[in-house]
Design a protein around this ligand. Structure first.
Ligand code: ZN
Length: 301
């Protein structure tokens, strides 16, 4: 088993990490890829990564990135407008780059990064103009991260989330990947919930797709269909913990742990094995190989 997308510095994962990693590795859990979202969690994540690497050698990998939704968060908090938004985006990138250069040896991937046109519509009240500026700021940061991925030959963990019945966000993401990557960027579209039409373009670009607890939800029909249409050699599993606990955890009223944690990968693979009609062990073995191919650095000590 592997968990290719987890935010380990977030509560309550952070406080339970020893227990949760023990549980995962005792059940054939082999790899986790720790994701970061901005400067507020780089140092914490690096420290947790380092301590995990001592207890469980070669189990944890670290990704460094800027989550697209960090932009609207900050625009709201600081009342940013127009060029201030772009200045803020540049500042975020500078902080990222500085941390990246200092800790390059430890970093296996660029992530979480990408574009998000959903959150700004769903949870905020921006003017039309501000929304366009936020999108542009997200695209500028993502372009820079793609350039860096090419230069450093690192895979990416990509977030691309559209509003309902739109493909614009995924289209823009693919456009940037194609332009900056020239076919050289490797990566995973994490928690992809878009259309089947765009899925084939994602796969054509050589990308992997990360599936999480959503496939276990009654409402997850769309993502189950995406899984059906994704070939086994492009499938990765992830919890997106501490978010998206699986259905069995959500259903249990008095569950001790209500958050996404690495062990829940087992339930996700069980469900995927049903959907794909592939035995659990086969699915586990092949997708673990996918993880190694995409995310593990060959020269890692
Ligand atoms: Zn995430």
């Amino acid at each position: 088993m592997h968990d290719s997308h987890i935010h380990i510095s977030m509560s309550p994962l952070k406080e339970n990490i020893s227990e949760d990693m023990y549980e995962f590795t005792s059940s054939n859990g082999k790899h986790i890829l720790i994701q970061t979202t901005d400067i507020s969690n780089y140092q914490d994540s690096l420290e947790i990564y380092s301590s995990l690497s001592k207890g469980y050698p070669k189990v944890a990998d670290l990704a460094l990135g800027i989550h697209p939704s960090r932009i609207e968060d900050c625009v709201t908090k600081n009342n940013l407008e127009g060029t201030e938004i772009f200045k803020y985006a540049q500042k975020q990138y500078n902080l990222f780059k500085d941390f990246f250069e200092k800790n390059k040896e430890e970093i296996s991937a660029i992530g979480e990064c990408g574009l998000d046109y959903y959150t700004m519509e769903q949870y905020y009240n921006f003017s039309k103009e501000t929304k366009e500026e936020i999108k542009e700021a997200q695209r500028r940061i993502f372009s820079k991260l793609c350039k860096l991925a090419v230069k450093e030959n690192l895979p990416m963990s990509i977030h691309a989330r559209d509003i309902r019945d739109s493909d614009n966000c995924v289209k823009d993401t693919l456009k940037i990947l194609a332009k900056e990557g020239n076919g050289l960027i490797r990566g995973s579209f994490h928690s992809y919930t878009g259309s089947i039409k765009m899925l084939s373009q994602i796969l054509d670009l050589g990308m992997y797709v990360g599936f999480n607890g959503i496939i276990t939800y009654p409402s997850g029909g769309n993502v189950r269909e995406i899984l059906q249409n994704t070939p086994i050699e492009r499938i990765l599993f992830e919890t997106d913990g501490p978010f998206l606990p699986t259905q069995s955890v959500r259903k249990k009223k008095n569950a001790k742990k209500k958050y996404g944690r690495p062990m829940l990968i087992k339930e996700i693979i069980e469900k995927a094995s049903e959907i794909k009609n592939i035995p659990f062990e086969k699915l586990e073995t092949i997708t673990d190989e996918n993880y190694i191919t995409l995310f593990m650095k060959e020269d890692r000590p």
